[in-house]
Design a protein around this ligand. Sequence first.
Ligand code: AMP
Length: 176
Amino acid sequence: MKINSPESLKNLVRDVPDFPKKGIVFKDITPILKDPEALQFAVEELAEVLRPARPDQVAGIESRGFIFSPILAYKLKAGFVPIRKKGKLPAKTIRASYTLEYGQAELEIHEDAIFKGMRVAVVDDLLATGGTAQAAIRLVEKLGGEVVAVAFLVELGFLKGREKLSGHNVFSLIQY
Ligand code: AMP
């Protein structure tokens, strides 16, 4: 099948019920990643939407945000900055906590990763409730970065995560 539209890309996303726990339908993007045409299409589309925002840095969110963000940084001639779960980054960090379905989690960024006034695109694989992306945005802004775009491959629109990111330029390629 020719992959030349978001709809054809969407057909490749695999629903995995009850993963990682009962009641969650996990959107598995690995069928997109292993298909050369689909991977190319997804990267080109995300790059084109981010390009006008002219990011200096692409900040990717661990773990699956790390798949697309460095490719996009390379294509846009920007740098790549990792935003990781607590305790993973080696140098001095700042931290933001956010709410998960059960309890709290924390994200960190190196405090010298972003300078004041830098244009930053935040990238993750999927937007669900928006808590993760919101925490990532807070970290970038705390360091004085300007979040010029927030991009996802997949958006679960029914969870209204976009509302949490209001005021930002939010883009997704595939919506449910
Ligand atoms: P949230 O903070 O609710 O927007 O959750 C977004 C984060 O959790 C992203 O990093 C996603 O990779 C992951 N995630 C949440 N729900 C799903 C899902 N149904 N399928 C795949 N990943 C998900």
